[in-house]
Design a protein. Structure first.
Length: 349
């Protein structure tokens, strides 16, 4: 049982996913130790500070970098529970090893070595991803029942192909390896599908913002690629993290995914609520996507292995054991789109 009067560490606290998790912890009256790269950057911390001002809990910042060994130890001191959310989620990279895999894998090792040194730590919750379960849409076809489950691991990604997914699989494997090497703390991983919905900071840089902004800009006016994915609301994901941390019986991996969906469905949901925007849910032919691939930041191999495949994840473990009650995706997407309009990130029409 985690003692809620003790502080809780959140790594990457200024991130999109972490923002809603910190909010949840503050609502519960918990003292949050926020490990961030730039605690002096008020532009980044102000959204968390505003929450701490109005909610019962409190927040204290600690400077830490995934690649700076031992830098999480100070913030971890006295914590029984650690949420490790920090990991780069971007397509904007030069060197996949340096920009993605090192911070993900060495960073996880760094945080967990900190847990090994910190006597108070009882549980670590690592934010992994469905990307640690599958690499390409085509992989799902060969899964039992053609669905993602917690038993499956991504074996198709590499440094050269889907390096972000590779970074997540490598980091999660490292975590499961390290938990076996000691017996004081236990490990729970949360494996979300694509995260959407209003964050505490409407100017987030997570890839989650990119696709919705592209829809607002008109990039989907000719149609939507048949790119199927699962989606989860960022606020539901915060709840899943909280339960994974606090429930003594939580164990293993948890797929956290509200609905099986796709770009076409997301486009349709936005168009229905915001008819003035040039968005079409009409299916773009795969050959057209193949031709356009380099200009939309995809490789032809990614198009070949990801467009036109069904996507299904089994989220029953999260419902049964974490008590998840997922909100409708339509609410998530339209509220997110609305937030980005209000913030000026999407032009008002
Ligand atoms: P963000 O980019 O918003 O958050 C990533 C966080 O990691 C930021 O706080 C960032 O710090 C921090 N970070 C990156 N590099 C370093 C570093 N070298 N040292 C310290 N901190 C670092 O993305 P998300 O919130 O979307 O992602 C959070 C987690 O959720 C990640 O583990 C991601 O893989 C996972 N995830 C996300 C999904 C999604 O759809 N968004 C889906 C599945 C999993 P800073 O604020 O300083 O940039």
């Amino acid at each position: 049982m985690i003692d809620e009067t003790k502080p809780v560490l959140v790594t990457g606290a200024t991130g999109y996913v972490a923002g809603r998790l910190v909010e949840k912890l503050l609502k519960e009256g918990i003292t949050v130790h926020a490990a961030v790269r730039t605690p002096d950057n008020k532009e980044k911390t102000k959204y968390l500070d505003e929450l701490a001002e109005k909610l019962p809990g409190s927040i204290k910042y600690f400077k830490a970098d995934l690649l700076d060994e031992g830098s999480f130890d100070e913030g971890m001191n006295g914590c029984e529970l650690v949420f490790h959310t920090a990991s780069p989620f971007t397509r904007d990279i030069d060197d996949p090893q340096k920009d993605l895999v090192d911070p993900a894998k060495k960073g996880t090792r760094n945080v967990l070595e900190g847990a090994n040194r910190t006597e108070s730590v009882k549980r670590v919750v690592v934010t992994s991803s469905c990307a640690a379960i599958y690499g390409d849409g085509k992989d799902v076809l060969s899964m039992p029942n053609q669905e993602l489950t917690e038993e499956i691991w991504n074996t198709s990604s590499s440094l050269d192909h889907q390096p972000y997914s590779f970074s997540k699989a490598e980091a999660e494997r490292e975590a499961w390896k390290m938990v076996e090497e000691q017996n004081r703390w236990d490990l729970v991983t949360v494996n979300p599908s694509f995260v959407l919905g209003p964050g505490i900071n409407p100017y987030g840089t997570s890839e989650s913002f990119a696709i919705i902004k592209q829809m607002g800009k008109g990039d989907f006016k000719m149609g939507s690629p048949e790119f199927n994915i699962g989606c989860v609301d960022v606020r539901d994901l915060a709840e899943a993290h909280f339960q994974a941390g606090m429930k003594p019986e939580a164990k293993g991996r948890y797929i956290v995914s509200g609905e099986n969906s796709g770009f076409g469905q997301l486009a349709g949901m936005i168009k229905e609520q915001y008819p003035n925007y040039p968005i079409s849910s009409r299916k773009l032919p795969k050959f057209l996507m193949w031709l356009m691939a380099p200009s939309v930041g995809m490789t032809r191999k990614e198009v070949k292995l990801n467009i036109g495949y069904p996507w299904k994840a089994n989220n029953s473990k999260s419902i049964k054991e974490l008590g998840m009650n997922y909100r409708p995706l339509k609410d998530t997407v339209t509220e997110f789109f609305g937030q980005l309009i209000d913030a000026g990130e999407i032009e008002k029409k």
